[in-house]
Design a protein around this ligand. Structure first.
Ligand SMILES: NC(=O)c1ccc[n+]([C@@H]2O[C@H](COP(=O)([O-])OP(=O)(O)OC[C@H]3O[C@@H](n4cnc5c(N)ncnc54)[C@H](OP(=O)(O)O)[C@@H]3O)[C@@H](O)[C@H]2O)c1
Length: 303
């Protein structure tokens, strides 16, 4: 029996994927960070056509060229994006976006290409004959990409896309963390369909890891007072158990059996090097008991 692209991809994924959305935002460390991403102990990288206006892919492509080609044990996943000038996200744009990606990365094929943040069109428009999702599926049929995914945030939109049965993978961000379980149904629906599940942004964009540069936002938005109160209770539980909240956040995001990989944003070589310690940190059972006793988190500030 032949395996579906989603099941094949899911079975091959390692628990951590390096998120390359910060790559290119600090030009002074771009080359060194791209080199580190391609030589570190984690082998999967998530980027997109529009990250840092294309500089994330460009820096990765230049690092690949310095190595004389993509090392056999590395995989780069990317995404197609709307036209940056007009916002158009039709079939032609999907093909042009993928061409740009291939050119920047210096690669002819990718193991996975996502349909990224399709907020400017309806699911029906995206799925219509001759539309963008059909174009993406054709790239898979032609062998240019191994699998196709849907990558975005809002719960209702993601549930609708997963139920189209058109995709092999789903990437949802900031919706399954220590303080948010909004992605629960998406994970269940995707699992029933044999899709590969990517849980992105385990730190909610930085706040759960104590990022000083990302401010007090959760999922890139201002949190509600209710949410902040829940977070304070969580911080209290971590302090009581002597737990590093960043480590707990990462291990929580990986721990759900429906998740095949967690996409964590890597903003510097120091952050990359810190991941080993976060993964290996021992989190006592009393902390997880305390998390359970906090109950369901308040509604996601992101939805
Ligand atoms: N629509 C989509 O497809 C979509 C959307 C969102 C994300 N993603 C993917 O998921 C990845 C992760 O998302 P994200 O980067 O927004 O969120 P995240 O992984 O939750 O947070 C990453 C940020 O946390 C901070 N951090 C990490 N370790 C830390 C530590 N030990 N101490 C203090 N701060 C720490 C860093 O910020 P500082 O270094 O600045 O402090 C880092 O940039 C992205 O890179 C992207 O690949 C995809």
């Amino acid at each position: 029996m032949t395996q579906s692209p989603g099941r094949l991809l899911a079975a091959s994924l390692e628990p951590l994927t390096m998120g390359a959305s910060p790559l290119g935002k600090r030009p002074e460390i771009g080359d060194a960070l791209a080199d580190a991403l391609l030589s570190g102990r984690f082998h999967q990288i998530d980027t997109s056509n529009n990250y840092a206006h294309g500089n994330s892919e460009r820096l990765l492509g230049e690092a690949i060229a310095r190595l004389g080609g993509l090392p056999y044990d590395r995989r780069i996943f990317s995404k197609v994006d709307p036209d940056p000038e007009t916002g158009v996200f039709d079939a032609d744009r999907v093909l042009r976006s993928f061409d740009e990606t291939k050119q920047r990365l210096g690669l002819d094929t990718l193991p996975l290409l996502h349909f990224h943040d399709p907020y400017g069109l309806t699911v029906a428009e995206a799925m219509a004959p001759g539309g963008p999702v059909e174009a993406l599926a054709r790239l898979r049929e032609e062998g240019a990409v191994g699998a196709i995914g849907i990558a975005a945030g809002t719960r209702a939109l993601m549930e609708a896309y997963v139920r189209t049965d058109a995709f092999d993978a789903v990437l949802i961000h900031n919706r399954f963390t220590l303080v948010d379980r909004t992605a629960d149904q998406v994970f269940t629906d995707a699992t029933e369909r044999g899709m590969a599940v990517f849980n992105a942004a385990p730190f909610g964009g930085g706040i759960l890891a104590g990022s000083a540069t990302r401010g007090v936002k959760y999922a890139y938005t201002e949190p509600s007072p209710e949410f902040l109160a829940y977070l304070e209770r969580l911080r209290g539980a971590a302090a009581d158990s002597g737990v590093d909240l960043a480590a707990a956040a990462l291990q929580f995001a990986i721990g759900d059996p429906r998740v095949h990989t967690v996409v964590v944003g890597v903003s510097s070589i120091e952050r990359l090097q810190a991941l080993d310690g976060l993964l290996d940190a021992r989190i006592p059972g009393e902390f997880w008991d305390a998390v359970r006793s906090l109950g369901t988190p308040p509604p996601s500030p992101a939805d």
